[in-house]
Design a protein around this ligand. Sequence first.
Ligand code: FES
Length: 134
Amino acid sequence: MLLLRPAALVTLMRAAGRSGCVRDPPGGLHIPSLSSVRRCSAPPQPVIAAKQPFPVELKAGKKYAWCACGHSRSQPFCDGAHKKAAPGISPLRFTPEEDKTAWLCGCKRTRSPPYCDGTHKEEAVQSARLSAQP
Ligand code: FES
């Protein structure tokens, strides 16, 4: 049986108070004394909407919302699908300062969202199965 020092238990309970849930410690250790506390599920991860970027004509001053979760049916833009399919992921809102053609990320793995940075060329993206859209 695992015994937690009171200070450790207080730390876990405070963490639960902030986020509303707690994670089991690494290694899958289950803490029975926390069985009444809601456990966090894994954070949602974006799905790969496409294995290449989308060329888009952007207008200066217009507000856009780039889909960050990959579930939108209006790629590369948000259609609100994240609210049901990936509630922990929000679209990236941006407003271009000039008219331009941009390559917006479709794989949702770019390190410079919303723009493609070439990450889609990596094996992990190219070999991935595209999930069915909701
Ligand atoms: S499409 Fe995502 S990095 Fe290029």
